[in-house]
Design a protein around this ligand. Structure first.
Ligand code: HPA
Length: 269
């Protein structure tokens, strides 16, 4: 682990207490309010040198450490995306810090466009695999052999099953599907969406994949849930925009919060 991550983890422990974190959660566009439910300490990213200046509206750039449904969590209220600065490894330091805080699991959430007509706006999707449609990788430049990370079952099968059980117990419909990472920041063309759909993806977005690669690299179990904010380009007459993403996120966000709370409660019981 980098010296920087160790120093940041020590500074975070000094503010938030020494109890180890069990789960880290990264919140996507329009999902940042989940951090408000945590009973704990909020540390602005600007107080954590090397953390991203989460420069995307709809994100909440604080790290919140505290208790949620009986579990010690670290909630990253915002993320850095590749499209902000051309760095696919922009979330490496925050994830190193998460591992250093004792977490064994990273759960990412994101806003995404749907390629499946039976998964409309307002749906949520538990990722069971992804397609790296960007061709980018956060481990390019890593010098050690640890860079050759196996990616089969990178969305932890046991956690996926726990999340499905939690959704069922809470009465929330949650789809399961394949997420494609598109670099952004422009949205996809209808032809790109047709192509990605043919390749086997069910939803598309601009994040999460680099974080899952980094999490596996760091030995963290990974899981992710998409909040469908629109039908992907060409699939409907909807106008796709970032404002639309933010406006539609609350529908799915409420479902994601319900599932996550149930999942954490189940872990605690
Ligand atoms: N494409 C890419 N990213 C997204 C979309 C989309 O349609 N919706 C929300 N994030």
């Amino acid at each position: 682990m980098s010296k920087n991550a160790k120093a940041l983890a020590a500074a975070i422990h000094a503010q938030a207490g020494d109890a180890p974190v069990s789960v880290g959660m990264i919140l996507g566009s329009g999902l940042g309010h989940i951090a408000d439910s945590v009973d704990g300490v909020a540390i602005p990213y600007s107080d954590l040198p090397g953390f991203p200046h989460a420069g995307v509206s709809g994100h909440n750039p604080n790290l919140v450490i505290g208790d949620l449904e009986g579990q010690r969590v670290a909630v990253f209220g915002g993320r850095a995306h590749y499209y902000e600065n051309g760095r696919a490894d922009a979330m490496r330091l925050p994830l190193e810090v998460l591992a250093e805080l004792g977490a064994d699991t990273m759960l990412a959430t994101n806003a995404a466009g749907s390629m499946q007509s039976d998964m409309p706006t307002g749906s949520i999707m538990n990722l069971h695999d992804h397609i790296n449609f960007s061709g980018l990788n956060p481990l390019i430049g890593e010098q050690t052999d640890k860079r050759f990370v196996p990616m089969k079952d990178c969305y932890d099968p046991a956690i996926r099953a726990e999340l499905s059980a939690a959704a069922q117990a809470a009465g929330v419909q949650m789809h399961s599907g394949v997420y494609a990472w598109y670099s952004g920041p422009s949205f996809e063309t209808p032809a790109e969406i047709k192509a990605i759909k043919m390749l086997g993806a069910d939803a598309v977005g601009m994040s999460t994949v680099p974080e899952v690669i980094l999490a596996r690299f760091l030995g963290l179990k990974a899981a992710a849930i998409s909040c469908i904010t629109n039908m992907a380009a060409g699939m409907s007459d909807e106008n796709i925009s970032h404002d639309h993403t933010k406006a539609m996120a609350p529908q799915g966000a409420a479902k994601i919060e319900t599932v996550l709370r149930q999942w954490l409660r189940d872990k605690s019981s």
